[in-house]
Design a protein around this ligand. Sequence first.
Ligand code: C2E
Ligand code: MG
Ligand code: MG
Length: 762
Amino acid sequence: MRFLPGKATLAVLMVVGLAVGAGSVGVSRLLAVARDHYDLADTAADLKFDLSELSALSDEYTLSPGSSDLGQQLADSEARVAADVSTVERSGIEPSDMVATVAQVRSYVALVEQRRQSAERGDAESAPAQGAAIDAAFNGLAVGVDTELDESRGSAARSIHEVELLGFGLGGLVLAAVGGAVWWDGRRRRGIARDRAERSNRARFEAMVEHGSDLLAVTYDSGADTYVSPSIEHLLGYRSDSWAAGHLDEIVDPAEQAMVAGLLAQAKATGRAGPADCRVRHADGSSRIMEIAMVDMTGVAEVAGMLWSARDVTDRRALELQLERSAFSDSLTGLPNRALLRQRLDHAAARDVRGGHPIAVLLADLDGFKAVNDSLGHDAGDAVLVETAARLAGCVRPGDTVARLGGDEFAIILEDVREPGLAERLADRMLEIMRQPFAVAGTDLHVGVSIGIALPGVDTGTDLLRNADTAMYNAKALGRGQWTVFEPVMHQVVQDRLQLSADLDGALEQRQLEVHYQPTLSIATGQILGTEALLRWHHPLHGLLPPAEFIPLAEETGLIVPIGRWVLEQACRQTHAWHQQFPDQTPLTISINLSGHQLAHDQLVADVKAVLDSTGIDPDTVVLELTETVLMNDVDIVKTKLAELKNLGVRIAIDDFGTGYSSLAYLQQFPVDILKIDRAFVEAASTDTAGGQALVKAIIDLGASLDLATIAEGIETQDQADLMLTLGCPTGQGFLYARPAPPDHLQTLLTANTPRTLEPVT
Ligand code: C2E
Ligand code: MG
Ligand code: MG
């Protein structure tokens, strides 16, 4: 800030300036006086010297009267004394002593003159008297001159001292004046700043009250008019000037009146109340949410009422609600997310404990979802999840919760489960609805679901969720596409599964895997036409494990890819060896099962080619088996892959046909060679004669019309074998003929096998 002196400071400075001015005049006067006195003292000193010289010359001249040289010197000395005297007279200082001294000098010079003249006249008589008079005069004079000298010096010193005092005085005065001015100015400035701050505070406060976004109001018990700040106009659309007592209550939502009255009572009792949200009516009829607080200011004279402050929080509350929603809902499906599920679960469990409202939890996990994601991409995966969410949500009752836990996992809370079998029926409905194909990425996908059910009985929601999860894993282990109800023993099953998964990791390296072979035969002649490679695991603890116990684990972990490659190589090498060993027989076919993961893998075609090349097997004898579900996953990619595989010369079979809900017409677009009728149809055909047989007949006829060979799987009895033959299926596979067994066993069977001439390959 710039230094701007105030009026008072200017006045002080002026006074000080005048004082300094006057002081300097006095100082210069005093200095002049001192200078004069010093000059006079100098002249007195000169006079004293000149007088003593005159005296000496006068004495000398008396001794040599007439000496022109001495006479001249005497005359010069007299002249100097006379000059000194006139200097004294011109000095303007006229102390009485000096005047007396000047007179004495003149008479002295006159005495010297007389003596000189007497000496020149040769008057020796008067010489001693004149000499004595001169000496006496000189002595008196010397004392007078000395006195004068001292006086002049003293006067000069006094003047200087006075100058010093005056200087000190003036300096002090200036210092005091400047200090005082600065102090005074600071005080004045502080005062001004304080005034200004008070004024701007007041203005600011008034502006805040008048134009602020908060609404301020003062109500009085006396019934005096309510004060309402003008902000009510833009906040709620009412005019503030026509505001009368009691109006505030009128705009409060009737449902909130009691709450506001409570706030008022609390503020009167404790001094303040709130903040609390309150719905109020806007002049345009809409409803706004105001956050209100009250302070009792009846004791403050300037206010003397209850002070209300309120702000519009409608938008903020809406945003908070939105944030809360997004924190608790799954962005993809819009279902409650895991966090909200936990909340609802805890809430429902607490209700159950209090009032006996039993809850059940279902946990549904899609089967083969990873394959959809891998082969069709994440957009297709997302579409399946969204559709699944809608389907599951459509199955439950209005009060139940369907939530997405993440990935392809969904949880369902069923409240008030009093009816026995309710959860199981719901699970059935879900399995049913999930069997419908998903129209995604231009194709019909089949995605199953496995469901775990935790029935009421445990205390906490966390326990229920964990139990449902365990039951779901159990359902998966049992073969997917089904539900199981949790039983405590299942925890162990899950543990075992995890352990098994870890063990499988090293199984291939530790040579624990083995390929068994099951023959496919001509039902009519019993001739072995080929074999199917079926994997087994010699587990160090659990013994020989069938594929159902570890293939799903291998698929989940991705181990199926290296394991499948190994099976392919083993089976081809073994079959090629048999081809060479039994050259007279029709070359055996070798059927190798491929899972969806293997088909989706980039390297599959290259791997198959490498195995064909390295083993030297005739590609025409190699059959790759795929289930319908695998074919359904991504029609375009599967078609391309199958075409590439067919180009290598291998054949393709559809395994477990009839279980995958696909239509034969649909399958027509794939380059398939063989249909393997699932065991369930073979069994159904033999037990339920009417429907079962018609179904198998339809499959066989359709296969024939599409030029596909058919193989009946799981023939266990001669009746079944005969039935299949009657229905038109010439080839079969089943325990009736042989169980899957190690290669040695097959070797024995093959040795006894009918030679090629007896049975042509169909
Ligand atoms: P799949 O390809 O349908 O194989 C036929 C299954 O039916 C075999 O079970 C076989 O033992 C069984 N089976 C054959 N005849 C009969 C019968 O008369 N009665 C009964 N009850 N069952 C019979 P397995 O060996 O347990 O294999 C089960 C499934 O595991 C196979 O079904 C196949 O899908 C899969 N699998 C086996 N090996 C491999 C493999 O190397 N890779 C892949 N990806 N999957 C494999
Ligand atoms: Mg098979
Ligand atoms: Mg099969």
